[in-house]
Design a protein around this ligand. Sequence first.
Ligand code: AVI
Length: 318
Amino acid sequence: MNEPAPETLADDAGRAELLEAALAGLRARPRGLSPKFFYDERGSRLFDAICEQPEYYPTRTEMAILETIRAEVAELAGRDTLLVEMGAGAARKVRLLLDALEPAGYLGADISWDFLRECTERLAADYPWLDVRAACVDYSRDFDLPLDPDGPRPLAFFPGSSIGNFHPEEARAVLARLAAALGTEAGLLIGVDLKKDPAILDAAYNDAAGVTAAFNHNLLLRLRDELGADLDPDGFAHRAFYNTEAGRVEMHLASQGPQRIALGGEVFEFEDGETIHTECSYKYTVEEFRDLGRSAGFSPRRVWTDPEGLFSVHYLTT
Ligand code: AVI
């Protein structure tokens, strides 16, 4: 495996980025923090646990779709591709594709280096015939992929509706950067969560076991443990709800009573009920997402959904 930047986000630069973002986010009104900071090692593990919750339908629904369509995807994309998994954290879904696709290689691209390395090492051990590589990539910024122009045709795999965690304009920019990084005649297989009954969405982001709440709280633990913030994590409550007008689930941390957070020499006063907005999870109709893909330079080729219309998987090409 190549090791381009093993310390990214765990090192001083990562801490400085978190501090800068946290200060800017706490000064702003309304207050907010980027969801990309959820995914330190503990956050990545909590996200894996969210995927196991009965209320969180996206993971199992997408897996069922992938199981049904994998032979068709192999026909569309061809064999001997370089399978590039965006956000490779769990690497479970890709296992569903590997036997059907028989790719020439696998490149895992994820923001959390330690977690990615662990997952790709396991993948390499389980698939000895596969050339497994890993790259630490933050696709919310300009990024490049270590692709050989004379190598196999890339097929990007972007599961989990992670694209929904970007505002639509940013999502377009991410897809446009991905199209540029992949080059011509490449494919993209992407999972996109669909608009649906808000009650299903509200339940999915408020699981009874409290795993999503712990995932949300992990942001506060990171500020306390990595940046030395003086704060009471239990003084904030998990809030998640579907905002119909904006077409997105919002997650917040709501102050339980008046309190303060001290960070980096500044003190931030919270009123009772004031929130830190921690995540948006946009939901699309099939047509809305096809339009988004087109506007980013992809050609939509096929789309599949589950029988209940909860989730979609799109195949697009550059
Ligand atoms: C990673 N992402 C697509 C998840 C979502 O559903 O937006 C993150 C998540 N947040 C709360 N639960 C899951």
